[in-house]
Design a protein around this ligand. Structure first.
Ligand SMILES: [Zn+2]
Length: 314
């Protein structure tokens, strides 16, 4: 019975994953997610209902369109399986509780936003704005965090005993988290625009961070921003380094071949490689939402342990 229920929940998650795929494809393109029925993105062939089964259809068709034989992105399969695992994981960890529901909703929204940002560099309002409202609403049902009780141990622990008060603290933590997340990202975007003259972080990141803040509360919002900035910087740095090394090698090889005739010196090659790397740094658009979303998941799951360990180590 227990196993049967787990399988049913996983299958339920797969179906939700299937719908999430539709959202990821259609929302950034301004299309309706309800109608018309799913069609092949290449040839527009309507997908019949019996080929609309999550995972199974993709495997049966071996990732190709039935009509035009064009490849269908493995992202469809990945999203379905991840959503199935999200549903199953939340059920196994929390059982049938409101906490499980909150975890599922946050994970579902973040999965959608991470993959949409990675594919289109857009974070649709249709996901982030309802997400902010849901995050705030959930704070009244599931306590957001233990921030308040850490700041004022005596005051809050007594207040926590009455049913109404923890909801107010939780709501305050959620609202503050949303405000801190949004204003931090807004500030960063303004500085970025001033410093580089190009809009690096869109307003989508601001709304995404407000949503994350509303779900995880103030403390974990700060942790998420810190971790995402670190991960994003490391990623950006390694991208620049990779471009620089590749170009250095290429210019060096070209210099080797041309040395007999005209000859490009190795310092010249290095200079041109450095120029390419700087161009990459300037024009490469990093989907920062991917890092924010990924780190929000990690913070939500392990943030409190990480912070406890960190304070303990100090
Ligand atoms: Zn097709």
């Amino acid at each position: 019975m227990e196993v049967f229920l787990a399988i049913a929940i996983f299958a339920y998650g797969l179906c939700f994953g299937s719908f999430l795929n539709v959202c990821i494809y259609r929302l950034p393109r301004g299309k309706s997610v309800v109608a018309p029925r799913s069609a092949c993105p290449h040839c527009g062939d309507m997908i019949p209902l019996y080929h609309n089964l999550p995972v199974v259809s993709w495997l049966v068709l071996r990732g190709k369109c039935r009509a035009c034989q064009q490849r269908i992105s493995p992202r469809y399969l990945v999203i379905e399986v991840l959503t199935g695992l999200l549903f199953l994981g939340c059920y196994l960890h929390f059982g049938f509780t409101l906490a499980a529901l909150k975890c599922v909703v946050l994970g579902y929204l973040l999965l959608g936003l991470i993959f949409t940002d990675a594919e289109t560099k857009l974070l649709p309002d249709a996901m982030t704005l309802p997400g902010i409202v849901l995050g705030i609403a959930f704070s009244l049902l599931v306590p957001v965090n233990d921030l308040a009780s850490h700041i004022m141990p005596g005051v809050v622990s007594t207040a926590m005993r009455t049913g109404v008060s923890w909801r107010l603290w939780s709501l305050a933590d959620s609202l503050l988290g949303a405000a801190v997340g949004a204003s931090f990202l807004y500030g960063a975007a303004a500085i970025y625009l001033r410093a580089r003259g190009v809009e690096g972080m869109g307003f989508g990141d601001v709304k995404l961070m407000a949503m994350i803040g509303a779900f995880v509360g103030t403390k974990l919002t700060v942790l998420t921003i810190f971790a995402a900035s670190l991960a994003g910087s490391l990623f950006g740095l390694s991208t620049v380094l990779a471009v620089w090394m590749k170009r250095t090698r290429r210019f060096a090889n070209r210099g080797e071949a041309a040395r007999c005739s005209s000859g490009i010196s190795s310092s010249d090659a290095r200079r041109r490689a450095w120029h390419s790397a700087r161009l990459a740094l300037r024009y490469y658009e990093m989907p920062f939402g991917v890092f924010l979303g990924g780190m929000a998941i990690l913070s939500f799951l392990f943030g409190n342990q990480i912070l406890h360990w960190y304070w303990g180590a100090l």
